[in-house]
Design a protein around this ligand. Structure first.
Ligand code: NAP
Length: 470
């Protein structure tokens, strides 16, 4: 099957350095490379310690993820080598021996790592920029580098309503931004950057915008691809349909609604979200890498899939909450979209503090993407598809027309239960029993609140009648 795949041919004997290789997109790239491009030479994977676990432990745990099930028998640990480091540290926190190895051997870079949190402070988001700067510095010293692939976001230039496949001038240059971050008191940072951040929905996209400009101005001579995915959702097919392990963005909102802690989502009705399945993104990154090595210039790919009405998405997946109830439910699922800030606030109050916290997160998603809409140029993205041979299109599909969207969205809902909530299908009968109890409790609670309201109204009415009689 892979006989005449140009992409597979390209990756033969390549040594790849990946940051963010244990994230959703990174894992899919890693798995796909190991499954379909076995003749590559080596993959170096940057990992940091986290939540009390060393990089070595995390590296070992990584391959127990269901995402790697299809390559279980292969001795892939002989191909994948851990590089201990941290993108938040100077020099990426990599020791000098490993730096030397990377400089000598790396032929392709996939710089994917980023903290995809819309609530991070400007200081936290600044690491996205400083680590890109460190990566470019390292890339320039790599004697055999063929491609630098950077994963950005389709919303890095969201101040514009139509987004072309080019780098836009940022409100402040990356170098100046980093100097200010390093020289300012942390408490003053948000105020210092207020004029620049104006209109950016969050610090995350702002720092992606600066990183893109940094790449444009400092990678001259290095064949570079910037891949800008829209909102990344579960996989369509590879390595398993509906796979995800990421709570960010729309997946987090659907998952929160699924287990009953997000009750109400504030958005403008009729607005559509640009969703792109995670395996479309990983295939596009691999294809863009192959193409960029042959083109030797900087190319931006707006990797956008399909516009889907949020209402449609919710209407499609909500019945599945009843069909495949989870044992992880915290409350009965009863989810509404609203355009009314008042109703949204009442709903948040109604469902107590936990819902409040989660609704706050979902409201930030809503502020970022739920109430705005963009259009995107896709010429480079589509040209890439048309340049690929038939075998590559079969092996690395990313054209949105090839996606069975209706079935896909149903797989997403089930995938959230199976992979994100880690609730296997064998617990279905327990889930159904729990749903029954929660439904009873929910309606009892609603009935109780209505009764209380009626009593309060009756007391008021009596007081008013008494006052009028006096
Ligand atoms: N998810 C989306 O909807 C979306 C949309 C558009 C673009 N993107 C972009 O796509 C890329 C991949 O996103 P994803 O969905 O795969 O996110 P993800 O699952 O959260 O993965 C993020 C990866 O970055 C790594 N990382 C973060 N900070 C790091 C640090 N200081 N040092 C080393 N590694 C660090 C994480 O490692 P740890 O496990 O150590 O934290 C993880 O491997 C990101 O660049 C993101 O900006 C995502």
């Amino acid at each position: 099957m892979s006989d005449n795949s140009q992409i597979v041919e390209f990756f033969k004997n390549q040594t790849i350095f990946i940051t963010g290789g244990n994230g959703l997109v990174g894992k899919l790239i890693l798995e796909k490379l190991l499954r379909t491009c076995w003749d590559l030479k080596k993959i170096y994977l940057l990992m940091r310690p986290k939540k009390g676990k060393s990089p070595e432990q995390r590296f070992s745990d990584l391959f127990t993820n269901p995402c790697f099930e299809s390559i279980k028998g292969k001795n892939f640990k002989s191909k994948v080598v851990l590089i201990c480091g941290d993108c938040n540290q100077p020099g990426l926190g990599i020791n000098s021996e490993d730096v030397d190895i990377l400089k000598k051997e790396t032929t392709c870079i996939f710089h994917i790592a980023a903290n995809v949190n819309f609530l991070q402070t400007i200081k936290e988001a600044s690491y996205i920029v400083s680590c890109t700067k460190e990566m470019i510095k390292l890339a320039k010293e790599m004697a055999n580098l063929k491609v630098f692939a950077y994963v950005s976001t389709a919303y890095s230039n969201c101040l514009n309503r139509h987004i072309r496949e080019e780098i836009y001038a940022p409100p402040i240059k990356a170098e100046e931004f980093l100097d200010l971050v390093n020289s300012c008191n942390e408490d003053d940072l948000e105020n210092t950057f207020l004029p620049y951040l104006k209109n950016f929905p969050n610090n995350y996209v702002f720092s992606k915008c600066l990183s893109e400009d940094l790449i444009k101005s400092s990678t001259t001579g290095i064949p570079t691809a910037i891949i800008r995915p829209a909102i990344i959702t579960n996989t369509i097919k590879e390595p398993i349909p509906g796979y995800t392990d990421n709570y960010y963005g729309v997946i987090g909102v659907v998952a929160g609604a699924y287990i009953g802690i997000i009750r109400c989502f504030y958005t403008k009705k009729g607005k559509r979200l640009d969703l792109v399945p995670a395996d479309v993104v990983s295939n596009c990154i691999l294809a863009a890498t192959w193409k960029t090595a042959n083109s030797k210039s900087l190319t931006v790919y707006n990797c956008v899939g399909k516009k889907i009405l949020l209402e449609k998405l919710i209407n499609l997946v909500t019945p599945l909450y009843e069909e495949f109830p989870s044992t992880k439910y915290l409350w009965y699922t009863d989810f509404t979209l609203t355009e009314s800030k008042f109703l949204y606030n009442v709903s948040s109050l109604w469902y107590l503090s936990l819902a409040h916290v989660v609704d706050f997160v979902s409201s930030r998603f809503g502020k970022s993407y739920g109430s705005r809409e963009w259009t995107f140029d896709e010429n480079n993205f589509m040209n890439l598809w048309f340049k690929m041979g038939d075998t590559d299109r079969r092996m690395f599909p990313f054209h949105s027309k090839t996606i069975p969207w209706h079935q896909y969205l149903l797989d997403c809902a089930l995938g959230i239960r199976l992979y994100l909530l880690q609730d296997p299908i064998s617990t279905l009968s327990k889930g159904k029993a729990k749903l029954k109890i929660l439904r009873g409790l929910h309606y009892a609670f609603v009935g109780f609140i209505i009764l209380c309201c009626l009593r309060i109204c009756r007391t008021f009415a009596r007081k008013i009648i008494l006052m009028l009689q006096q």
